[in-house]
Design a protein around this ligand. Structure first.
Ligand SMILES: Cc1ncc(COP(=O)(O)O)c(C=O)c1O
Length: 401
């Protein structure tokens, strides 16, 4: 049996894999088992933001694994402490961090923290536990984060769902206002909806949301798992919007490919948890922390301003494609989290690009999603646009037939 047949036989059928067996990856490139080279404009779903096997990250991983890989969270691991101090400094003037293994777990932590804070800060009707989320959102696949996800396709066959998540319209402040009640404790939002088709929040909407949360003593939780860690040209997407949440969650590119998630809470709620309230055996694995610390150090001003420049370059090229191909309805996103909304399904274009050596993805059926590593250069962009244009031409031709 070949590797595809073994996968098909032995794995639960949860992932529909593309026709690509990967042998190695370096920076913005991937090679398959036959040695064919691909330009990666997906970065493992916004994970390898500083490039595959980045030398500095690999060195940090090697160094930590030679010391120890795991000691449990019952003892002090210096690398964890160094990372958390670094994250606190980056995030809020005063903050506390919980380290998890994944995005869903980081969000679980935020949800639990908000609920605990709601008990400690009740309304006159008693404790508060209801969380306002948004239609079209995505927060993960665990029971609570799935219930917080505003897309019914993720809820199928899994009911009854965890209670007390309610859904407002994204970018509609009145719909949020209508949902605020005596039991509301928090609002949870992706500043840029990722799985929902790369839909950025309006600047004014987020500003109003911040004010609304302050006025009603609610926590504002930003899920930056897909859009954070440099994607928008700032370390956090909230910096691009000029407002601060009370809790920010991240994962994916935090450790550039090793499993790590984090929930960072500011002054308002960081002290709500006490010893024993939350935990995870593997959360904050020292090797992952070493990788994350390296990522954080790499992601300095120069790095981010280079990625902003390249983002402008690619955006112009994509807008140009939009003016030429009528199947492109809209180009959306901020920085290097980009969506090309089509009037048709996008999967054939994704497959065509893969065949030609370009890795992109399609989300929400019709949105081509580009999440390249932040290290791409103009030559990479030109190459990707050439293949994409070829794919669009081919698609238009097949539609006419
Ligand atoms: C915005 C957002 N939140 C949460 C998650 C869940 O992260 P994970 O798959 O690491 O659990 C994702 C994953 O795609 C995401 O995009």
């Amino acid at each position: 049996m070949n590797i595809k047949q073994i996968e098909d036989k032995c794995f639960m059928h949860t992932y529909k894999r593309a026709n690509l067996v990967i042998k190695k990856a370096k920076n913005q490139f991937i090679w398959d088992e036959k040695g064919k080279k691909y330009l990666d404009f997906f970065a493992g779903i916004s994970v390898c933001n500083v490039g595959h096997c980045n030398n500095i990250v690999v060195k940090a991983i090697r160094s930590q694994i030679n010391s120890f890989a795991h000691v449990s969270n019952l003892y002090y691991a210096p690398i964890q402490v160094e990372l958390v101090a670094n994250l606190v400094k980056r995030t809020f003037p005063w903050a506390r961090v919980f380290l998890a293994n994944s995005g869903a777990e980081a969000n679980e932590c935020a949800i639990k923290l908000a609920r605990k804070w709601g008990y400690l800060n009740p309304s006159k009707f008693g404790n508060r536990y209801e969380i306002i989320c948004f239609n079209n959102s995505f927060h993960g696949r665990t029971m609570a984060t799935m219930a917080a996800t505003g897309q019914t396709k993720f809820h199928e066959y899994l009911k009854p769902l965890q209670e007390r998540f309610v859904f407002a319209e994204f970018n509609d402040i009145n719909s949020v206002k209508k949902l605020i009640g005596n039991r509301t404790v928090a609002v949870m939002i992706e500043p840029i909806q990722g799985e929902g088709g790369i839909v950025p929040a309006d600047r004014d909407f987020l500003k109003e949301l911040r004010l609304l949360c302050d006025k009603n003593n609610l926590l504002l939780i930003f899920d930056e798992i897909q859009c954070g860690i440099g994607r928008t040209g700032k370390f956090y997407a909230f910096e691009s919007y000029g407002i601060k949440p009370d809790i920010v969650t991240m994962a994916k590119s935090l450790a550039n490919g090793l499993p790590l998630g984090a929930a960072v809470a500011g002054k308002k709620c960081a002290d709500a948890f006490t010893y024993g309230d939350h935990g995870s055996t593997f959360g904050g694995n020292p090797v992952s922390c070493a990788a994350a610390l390296a990522v954080s150090k790499i992601m300095n001003k120069t790095f981010l301003s280079n990625s902003t420049k390249i983002a402008k370059y690619i955006r112009k090229k994509l807008e140009n494609l939009k003016s030429k191909y009528t199947i492109i309805r809209e180009v959306r996103g901020i920085g290097l989290i980009l969506g090309i909304d089509l009037s048709i399904a996008g999967k054939d274009i994704v497959n065509y690009c893969l065949e030609k050596g370009l890795i992109i993805n399609c989300t929400h059926d019709t949105v081509l999603r580009l999440l390249p590593p932040l290290i791409i250069n103009k030559k990479d962009v030109d190459c990707a646009i050439k293949i994409l244009e070829e794919a669009l031409k081919w698609q238009m031709k097949t539609l006419k037939k």
